[in-house]
Structure formats: structure tokens, C-alpha cells
Design a protein around this ligand. Structure first.
Ligand code: ZN
Length: 185
């Protein structure tokens, strides 16, 4: 968290998250991921959290590709990514998961975990064995634990409120909203 704050990655205001929920806090992960040495050290920490016990790292494009690559580099694993086509994440470009290959899913920020779970399911369907989900930032609500189909380990927990749009106090106060998410890519 200290590294995120020192690099200006933690913003306050009124934001529409990629999940569609609103929050007063947004973590612009690219303030750290744009620095390759930092990305590499975060990737190393994720790889270590799983004991480097995986053969492949799989990430959802676009945002998590940098961190997934860094994690694979540290563990000397293969790296692949899933892309959204017509709303569904799939492996393209000839990316494959071999039978019983151990696959670590790496995401950059987990809020609802939707994309991470989609990649976990995609790995299973492809014949691989998901061994976990590693993420830089977990900003899910602790009161409502996520079921991603694989164990989640995060380097940083961000305890920030997130509201459904019709329950957002900042909307109620007429605060203009910014839309920093990348889901639409
Ligand atoms: Zn709002």
C-alpha cells in the first residue's frame, strides 16, 4: 500500500469502477505497473505467494497482462492471456493449456472477481488445473467473500466503500463522476 501511495496510485474523488459500482477511492494500478522494476517485484511476490508451483500464468487482457507476464517471468513459467470477444473471455492466438498443466490466474485488481473467475473457468474447460488467483489489489468487500473457484491471494487489501449507483451518496450529492476503468477496452 505504501508503494502504491508513494507512486500516486491511490486517488480520491467519485469514480465508476469497472464493475459498474461507484466509489470514493480508485487505485490507478498503472502508476506502479508503468514502472517495470516495480511490476517485476510485484510479480515476484505473487509467484512466491504460490511457491512458484505452477506451469502457466493466465491473465485477462488488457490490464493484467503486465503483472501476469512479470509473475511468469519470476517463476520461469509460460504466460498466456485471455481476450474478450463478444463479451466472453477466450484464449486466442493459439494459446493452449495442456492436460493437467497447473495454471495460476493473475489479475491486477479484484473487485467482484468477475474476470478472474471467468479465466479460472476457461482454464478448467481447457483441461488445465487452476491452482489459484493471485492479484496485486483485492478491493472486494470482506463481508461478502468471493468464490472464484480457486484460492485468492492478494498483495494489498484496499478497504474502500463501493456502492450500487442508486445507493451512491456522491451521486446523491451531485458530485460529477469520473470513469477511469478499462473494461470498455
Ligand atoms: Zn456515484
Amino acid at each position: 500500500m505504501d508503494v502504491l501511495e508513494r507512486n500516486g496510485a491511490v486517488l480520491t474523488g467519485h469514480f465508476r469502477l469497472s464493475s459498474g459500482r461507484h466509489s470514493d477511492t480508485f487505485v490507478q494500478k498503472f502508476r506502479v505497473l508503468e514502472r517495470p522494476r516495480l511490476a517485476q517485484s510485484f510479480g515476484g511476490a505473487i509467484a512466491q505467494a504460490f511457491g512458484c508451483e505452477f506451469d502457466v500464468v493466465a491473465s485477462p487482457a488488457v490490464g493484467a497482462v503486465v503483472l501476469g507476464f512479470a509473475t511468469a517471468l519470476e517463476a520461469d513459467a509460460r504466460f498466456i492471456f485471455a481476450e474478450r470477444v463478444d463479451g466472453t473471455l477466450s484464449f486466442r492466438r493459439g494459446f493452449e493449456v495442456g492436460p493437467h498443466e497447473r495454471v495460476l490466474v493473475v489479475e491486477d485488481v479484484v473487485t467482484t472477481g468477475g474476470s478472474a473467475k471467468e479465466v479460472v473457468d476457461l482454464v478448467s474447460l481447457s483441461g488445465g488445473e487452476p491452482v489459484g488467483v493471485g492479484t496485486l489489489i483485492d478491493r472486494s468487500e470482506r463481508a461478502d467473500p468471493l468464490d472464484l473457484g480457486a484460492r485468492l491471494k492478494a498483495l494489498v487489501h484496499v478497504d474502500a466503500p463501493a456502492w450500487a449507483p442508486d445507493e451512491c451518496p456522491l451521486c446523491a450529492a451531485g458530485e460529477p463522476i469520473t470513469d477511469p476503468g478499462s473494461r470498455r477496452l
